[in-house]
Design a protein around this ligand. Structure first.
Ligand code: OGA
Ligand code: NI
Length: 353
């Protein structure tokens, strides 16, 4: 842990989005985007995708299929920390509408998108992620919005074009809230703990964010990251991948794996806060995004986070079962996460007992 702990660090934003940058510099990648220790060179193996069926998980009949599916979920959470979810209840036409508004928004002229620009001191809005002074920027433009609770929405960041943007996102957010509840219940069930164990830590005032990611193509994809390796600050993240362009990779036992595109499936990954709540039984997966040489890629991630003033920690049942509490309780994990990520470290390690 560095001596700079607790000291404010200077954060920076690039002057223009990557989408604008590539209009002017076709082949020359600006230094600030180059990761000198990048190892994108070889193509990693494809993840042998665990596919989980939500309908089977929610089946209360204790049928053998349902019990098998819960067993499969548990095993995948403890090994990969991520999976593809089918029969999730979000119709594919709704997912297509979401992809469509994302595509239309990023295709708007720069001046129009700028109306929703973020600033260096608040993450919401259109632009890039901040980095610590001097660190490389991601090859990523994004629109980041708070979607729940409703009274926390900052509509000034919600695009008015395309004209159906707000309506479609609102509709999707409703579906995501329900899905999140179902998933947290199913995950608890798979670990044999009270069905509401994780859900009650998310709480009535739990927050969801929606993050629209745009990854422009790059002539030297081996030099940049769409998103550098990270784990999510969330309980879980629900991702709609691009329909055609791959890019997401996950880390397991020091090996990277490509995440394939499974039509109509949602990609679910565990974030740090659920790893903490599970007392380390399930894994918050480290992942990254690599860039395509010719094609742009769009994804939409929905993040779930307990309210920052709520204390979270390992479930008592799971502490008893493991025989020890492996993570400390914490209030405002997001603040700890941001301090650590700025130094390229994982906050979750600071909570290990
Ligand atoms: C994220 C993320 C993956 C992707 O937004 O945190 O990891 O495929 N996204 O865009
Ligand atoms: Ni992520």
């Amino acid at each position: 842990m560095g001596e700079s702990f607790g000291q404010p660090m200077k954060l920076e934003l690039p002057a223009i989005p990557v989408q604008e940058l590539i209009k002017s510099t076709t082949n020359l990648i600006p230094q600030r985007y180059i990761f000198h220790d990048t190892i994108n060179a070889s193509s990693p193996p494809c993840m042998d995708t665990p596919v989980i069926d939500l309908q089977l998980l929610l089946d209360n009949s204790s049928s053998s299929e349902s019990l098998d599916e819960l067993g499969k979920l548990r095993s995948v959470l403890c090994s990969w920390g991520c999976f593809q979810l089918i029969n999730h209840g979000i119709p594919s036409f709704e997912i297509d509408k979401l992809r469509a508004i994302a595509k239309e928004f990023f295709a708007l002229p720069h001046e129009e998108k700028q109306k929703y620009s973020r600033t260096v001191d608040w993450f919401e809005g259109y632009g890039s992620d901040t980095v610590t002074e001097g660190e490389p920027f991601n090859w990523n433009d994004r629109l980041h919005l708070k979607t729940h609770p409703l009274h926390h929405r900052n509509l000034k960041f919600w695009p008015q074009f395309p004209p159906n943007f707000r309506e479609i996102l609102d509709e999707y957010a409703v579906g995501m809230k329900k899905l999140l509840e179902n998933l947290l219940k199913a995950i608890a069930k798979s670990l044999d703990v009270d069905e509401n164990g994780f859900l009650s830590q998310f709480g009535e005032d739990g927050i969801t964010f929606t993050r629209f990611n745009f990854y422009p193509p790059c002539s030297s994809p081996d030099k940049v990251f769409g998103l550098k390796p990270h784990s999510d600050v969330t309980m879980i993240t629900i991702l709609v991948q691009d329909k055609d362009v791959e890019g997401l990779q996950v880390l397991k036992d020091d090996q990277w794996y490509k995440v394939p595109i499974v039509p109509d499936a949602l990609f679910i990954n565990v974030g740090d806060q659920l790893e903490i709540m599970s007392n380390g039984i399930i894994k918050s997966v480290v992942h990254k995004v690599v860039i395509d040489k010719e094609r742009e890629r769009i994804s939409v991630a929905v993040a779930s986070i307990p309210s920052p003033d709520k204390e979270i920690g390992p479930l008592t049942h799971l502490i008893d079962r493991e025989g020890a509490q492996l993570y400390k309780k914490i209030t405002n994990y997001i603040a700890l996460f941001l301090q650590h990520i700025a130094r390229g470290e994982r906050a979750i390690n600071a909570l290990k007992m």
